[in-house]
Design a protein around this ligand. Sequence first.
Ligand SMILES: *[C@@H]1O[C@H](CO)[C@@H](O)[C@H](O)[C@H]1NC(C)=O
Length: 253
Amino acid sequence: MHSSLVRVQNVFGFFTTVAFTVAAVIALSTFIHPQSPSASVQLRNVQIVRGRPHYYSYKKEEYAHIKFDLDTDLNSLFNWNTKQVFLYLKAIYPSTKAGQPASEAIIWDAILASDSAPWHQNHYNHPVPKSKSKPKSKKSAKDKKAESPYPPGEIHLTNQRPKYQITDITGKLQNRTDVVLELGWNVQPWVGALVWTNKKTYGAWEGLQGGVSSSFDFPEVGKKMKDLETEKGKEGHRLEVGGEHPVRKGGRA
Ligand SMILES: *[C@@H]1O[C@H](CO)[C@@H](O)[C@H](O)[C@H]1NC(C)=O
């Protein structure tokens, strides 16, 4: 009954109970942190091109290249328990077959890290607006986090290129009507459950204001334009879309 093993078991059992209780209290306490996220999304330009959207595409198909403006104030999503927010912009368009749900495809995304999260190469680095840019200095990648011109939940992008060019399962995208761009997120806490975009108000958490563009139509297939680059991101070291090897910005592959 009073062997050392029993003592160790009791102490460990007590420790796990305390740790679990503290974690649960932290996770639940975030519900009293008020949230009032807001965002505005606008279409800038959309082109439909027939071709190979990635170098490994084995067939030609129609793909959409969508440029947009995005302004967000998601700072209130960052509370004491927020590690990072995965933010994404979807294009949503009705299916060609009646009765089937609308198609959704992500055209751009970003991992917004809270100030308490340790630096990671895949974290989003907001581009510095031209008016604010300072003379370039050599800094290590770790200092770059501090260079972000805005708090973590704030984004101001103008004429932003997509990260992903989207295709449809039918291979055809031209002349689709009623397309919208919609912002969504997933809040990833230090402890507790992942929380997806909420549009309704729950207690202190207000739903997202805005975040959906006005509806637009895809044009007919156009010629491949010069300016059809995708955004590789300012993240220090990320996989190129469809690439098998990581590409370092401004460096050799
Ligand atoms: C798309 O719309 C254009 C302009 O209205 C029309 O000329 C073209 O035939 C349409 N293409 C298809 C595949 O419906």
